[in-house]
Design a protein around this ligand. Structure first.
Ligand code: ADP
Length: 499
């Protein structure tokens, strides 16, 4: 396979794919229709495995299993610490299988193997541990009504949850959705993205081994329009938690409303700004900006895809940025020297290349990149456009690839206005040593997370989610646990009240 230095040609063994069926009620089963779909290795475009394809009927069976597990099963009724104990065992089992799971995400999504091994997969175990720690600390409060009433709240699990997740972080997304819902005492059906079903099925197998009761966690791979839509429109699912595109988020909200008015939480697209001020260390800022757009090949909803640089350092910044982009290594994601693997699939690959054409046709200047690499697999050069106007498609649309729109600004006010000139509001970055600028800008940008002098700084206890059309509801932190709980008020008279 090609890399930008033209040398890499690794022949790392692809792990044997052990789990290819639907995981329903604690068993791996074929789909009712007998249908299968192919999951593709984006390094080559070749088929990795055939996966059982869940459709509406399979979702129905999975929801029934989750319903029984919720209504009659032990999971929601266990003391929190018992749920926690099982979750902690699951986390340990994941730790024992890091390399194999990392390899699954690498072949399925083109993600860097070394990074998955060091960060994504151990991160899954740690997300589970974080929420396991919360499972026995869920409680309501005693209220103090004005009248002679004794009143208190109970925090109850919301019920059967449907999770629909994307392909860019198959493992992290799985854990971010499943772990808080499990801690809350919910049961669930998860649909992984059709591009990346492999790791979710592996986690399901380990969940069974850890002792998560049958029916509590069901994993049904399948397509969005069929299996996904069956979740969002299901009459017996009590909540849907979704991460994906803004267009699909809108459809999910509509079908949730049309069916049983189930609450939804949506973590959607972004076009996040990174603002670099004159006092920044230019070299470090260029590194940060590059990472901001190229990490995970730009397939991350918080990618810093619009970079605004103050005029005093603009020229020097641009020069350094281009130098660094040219030295960035694209190639086989199993190679530890490689910094960027292939885009997830042909559709994304073509979409990104078409945006690059838009950028050129709309009059932006292509500073570097702009082309695919090699003839096999879905590799794209790190691409930077300058002279970008704010109304161009490359400055407004989420591209979800290694394509940066670079712009210049003069004043803080102008920078804030430009940063907010988007329908999205997921994240923003600020690079400055000036506390006044940092404070003013962080409070003025309408986005769910602001990174000052860093980017992609995540933590299990740091809530993460959108403003505006980037969605609502938060993943991570105790905020996420509360998405899977509902409040019940219990009221009774005291003394000889008139009741
Ligand atoms: P992307 O465009 O980045 O692939 P999507 O929003 O299309 O992201 O996909 C995210 C998840 O949503 C995937 O699991 C996909 O199968 C699912 N999905 C796509 N369309 C629908 C739909 N109409 N209803 C429910 N889920 C869907």
């Amino acid at each position: 396979l090609p890399s930008s230095n033209g040398k890499t040609n690794l022949s790392l063994e692809i792990p044997t794919i052990k789990f290819t069926k639907l995981f329903i009620n604690g068993e791996f089963v074929d789909s009712l229709s007998g249908k299968e779909f192919e999951t593709i290795d984006p390094r080559s475009g070749e088929v990795i495995a055939k996966i059982a394809e869940g459709t509406k009927e399979d979702i129905d069976v999975a929801v029934k299993a989750a319903r029984v597990a919720f209504d009659d099963g032990p999971w929601p009724r266990m003391p929190g610490f018992v749920r926690a104990k099982i979750m902690l065992k699951w986390a340990d089992l994941i730790d024992q299988n890091i390399e194999e799971i990392a390899a699954l995400d690498t072949i399925d999504a083109g993600k860097l193997y070394t990074f998955c091994k060091a960060v994504d997969i151990p991160g899954v175990a740690n997300i589970i541990r974080y929420y396991a720690g919360a499972a026995d600390k869920i409680h309501g409060k005693v209220l103090k009504p004005a009248r002679e009433l004794h009143a208190y709240t109970l925090m109850e699990p919301i019920g059967v949850v449907g999770h629909i997740i994307p392909w860019n972080f198959p493992s992290t997304m799985f854990a971010a959705k499943v772990a808080p819902a499990l801690a809350a005492g919910c049961t669930m059906v998860l649909k992984p993205a059709e591009q990346t079903p492999l790791s979710a099925l592996f986690y399901a197998h380990l969940a069974k081994e850890a002792g998560i009761p049958d029916g509590v966690l069901n994993v049904v791979p399948g397509f969005g329009a069929t299996a996904g839509a069956a979740i969002s429109s299901h009459m017996d699912i009590d909540k849907v938690s979704f991460t994906g595109s803004t267009e699909v988020g809108r459809e999910i909200m509509v079908s949730a409303a049309r069916s049983n008015l189930k609450p939804v939480s949506l973590e959607l697209g972004g076009k996040s700004p990174l603002l670099i001020f004159d006092d920044a260390d230019v070299n470090k800022a260029a590194e940060l900006a590059l990472l901001g757009i190229l990490f995970n090949k730009g397939e991350i909803c918080v990618a810093g895809s619009r970079v605004f640089v103050q005029e005093g350092i603009y020229d020097e910044f641009e020069k350094k940025l281009v130098e660094k982009a040219k030295a960035w290594v694209v190639g086989d994601p199993f190679d530890p020297k490689v910094q960027q693997g292939p885009q997830v699939d042909k559709k994304q690959f073509e979409k990104i290349l078409s945006y690059i054409e838009h950028g050129k046709n709309d009059g932006a200047t292509l500073l570097t990149g702009g082309k695919k690499i090699g003839d096999k697999g879905y590799y794209i050069e790190p691409t930077i456009f300058s002279n970008v106007k704010e109304d161009m498609r490359i400055a407004q649309d989420e591209i979800f690839g290694p394509v940066m729109a670079l712009m210049k600004f003069k004043t803080i006010e102008e920078a804030i206005k430009s940063a907010n000139n988007t329908k999205y509001g997921l994240a923003a970055g600020i690079v400055t040593k000036n506390l006044d600028i940092a404070n003013t800008v962080s409070r003025s940008i309408r986005a769910g997370i602001i990174w000052i002098n860093c980017y992609f700084a995540f933590g299990n206890d740091i809530p993460y989610g959108g403003y505006k059309m980037s969605g609502f509801g938060r993943d991570f932190g105790l905020e996420s646990l509360h998405k899977y709980l509902q409040v019940k008020s219990v009221v009774t008279p005291i003394y000889n009240s008139p009741w």
